[in-house]
Design a protein around this ligand. Structure first.
Ligand code: AMP
Ligand code: ZN
Length: 141
């Protein structure tokens, strides 16, 4: 896609700090890192989100992410890693080209705010209702 910043990165039209590349996948460092080591794993084809990504491409992205998290441990020492992926402007997807964030936290690193949500028990009736609606939609698809 001509005006997509991540397509331009894949094509080398704008610079990036590349850490991994294969036939289907490209990975590079995020320039607004949430933590040291924050990287992005993207498909080479332009595809917007989880609804649209072909299964084989999704699988290639996640398989590459496994290689990369292993490498993060080798390069940075022990880390925990949040794998985060946003779909749609409503949850703050800014770049509309599918990407998986890999956000490591070193063992002596600061806690990641995005993973520190409070556990507040939900309304079990509402949870049951919504769960049943999603399961039925899967069944009837
Ligand atoms: P989001 O769409 O909210 O999941 O996040 C998009 C991410 O892309 C942000 O974390 C940005 O910092 C990152 N980003 C945007 N442009 C670039 C770029 N040219 N190189 C590296 N990372 C980028
Ligand atoms: Zn794109």
């Amino acid at each position: 896609m001509d005006d997509c910043i991540f397509c331009k990165i894949v094509k080398g039209e704008i610079p990036s700090i590349k850490i991994y590349e294969d036939k289907h996948v490209f990975a590079f460092m995020d320039i607004n890192p949430v933590s040291e080591g924050h990287a992005l794993v993207i498909p080479k084809i332009h595809v917007e989100n989880l609804w649209k990504i072909p299964e084989a491409t999704l699988s290639a992205v996640h398989s590459a992410s496994k290689t990369i998290v292993h490498a993060m441990t080798m390069a940075m020492g022990p880390v925990s890693v949040a794998a985060v992926q946003l779909n749609g402007r409503g949850v703050n997807q800014v770049v509309m080209h599918y990407h998986l964030h890999l956000i490591p936290r070193a063992s002596d690193g600061e806690a990641l705010k995005l993973t520190a949500w409070e556990m507040i028990p939900g309304d079990m009736d509402a949870i049951n209702r919504t769960g049943a609606a999603i399961a039925a939609a899967i069944e009837n698809d």
